[in-house]
Ligand binder design. Structure first.
Ligand code: APR
Ligand code: MG
Length: 217
C-alpha cells in the first residue's frame, strides 16, 4: 500500500533506508487571544530554510545513533535545548512521498507534551542559543487553533505550504490527541481550500507586478 504506516521496528528493519525524525512539541495553556479567545494548546512548528512549514528534527544516521538520540541531537541544533524524547513518544513512521531520494527515506514522527514554561524556554532558546537559528531554521511558530470572526486562524495557517507530510501529521495529531473537535477541524480545512484559491489570485496579481517591472527594465 502506498505510504503505509510502519511500526518503529518495521522501519528499522529496512536495510539501506535513510531515516528522518521530527517531533511535535505541545502544551496546554490557559492564555487567551485579545483576552477572550481561548488558545487552549501551544503547538510548535518552524519556518524552514526552504520556506516551508515543518516540525523540528532532521536526518538521523541510525547505523551510528539510535533514532531518538539523533532526534535529540537535531533538536539541540535547531532549538538550542536538550530534550529527552523516548521510544514511547514515537507516533508514526512511513516512507516519504514526493522525494526522489535514493536510498528510500523513512520519516518518523514523535509527539511530546511539555509544560507551558518549557515551551516558552524552547521558543527563547531557538531564537538565541540555537546553532541553526537564522540559517536552517528561520523561526519557530505557534499553530493558531482558533477560528477568528472572519474565518481565519487555523484555516489560514493550514493553507500555507508544508514540507513532506507535515500538514497531515499536524491534522492527524489534532484528532488523535483530541486537541480540537473533528467538526471544527473539518470547517477550518474547508475554509482553507477557499483561502488557498484566493491565494492563487493574489499570487497572479503579484506576478503581474513583476512582469510590469520587467517590461520597463
Ligand atoms: N514529514 C515528512 N517528511 C519530512 C518532514 C515531515 N514533517 N519534515 C521533513 N521531512 C523530510 C524532507 O524530505 C527533508 O528533506 O525529511 C527530510 C529531512 O528533514 P530536515 O528537517 O530537512 O533535515 P535536517 O537534517 O534538519 O537538515 C536538512 O538537508 O537538504 C539538506 O542541506 C540541507 O542541511 C540541510 C539538511
Ligand atoms: Mg530539520
Amino acid at each position: 500500500m502506498a505510504n503505509a504506516q510502519l511500526s518503529r521496528a518495521e522501519a528499522l528493519a529496512c536495510s539501506g533506508c535513510r531515516h528522518a525524525c521530527h517531533v511535535m512539541l505541545y502544551s496546554d495553556t490557559k492564555s487567551q487571544l485579545f483576552g477572550r479567545t481561548p488558545i487552549k494548546h501551544i503547538i510548535l512548528m518552524q519556518m524552514r530554510f526552504d520556506g516551508l512549514l515543518g516540525f523540528p528534527g532532521g536526518f538521523v544516521n541510525q547505523s551510528q545513533e539510535r533514532l531518538e538520540a539523533g532526534l535529540c541531537r537535531e533538536l539541540q541544533e535547531e532549538l538550542g535545548v536538550t530534550l529527552s524524547i523516548s521510544e514511547d513518544d514515537h507516533a508514526d513512521a512511513r516512507y516519504a512521498t514526493g522525494t526522489n531520494s535514493s536510498p528510500r527515506l523513512i520519516t518518523h514522527f514523535y509527539v511530546k507534551k511539555l509544560k507551558e514554561e518549557q515551551i516558552k524556554e524552547v521558543e527563547q532558546a531557538s531564537a538565541s542559543t540555537a546553532k541553526d537559528h537564522g540559517q536552517e531554521v528561520l523561526g519557530m511558530v505557534r499553530v493558531p487553533l482558533y477560528t477568528t470572526k472572519g474565518g481565519g486562524g487555523l484555516s489560514s495557517f493550514l493553507s500555507h505550504a508544508f514540507i513532506g507530510s507535515a500538514r497531515t501529521q499536524l491534522v492527524d495529531s489534532l484528532l488523535r490527541l483530541h486537541l480540537l473537535a473533528p467538526e471544527d477541524l473539518h470547517k477550518a480545512l474547508k475554509h482553507s481550500l477557499k483561502t488557498h484559491a484566493l491565494g492563487a489570485v493574489d499570487l497572479q496579481a503579484a506576478l503581474a507586478l513583476t512582469e510590469a517591472k520587467r517590461d520597463h527594465s
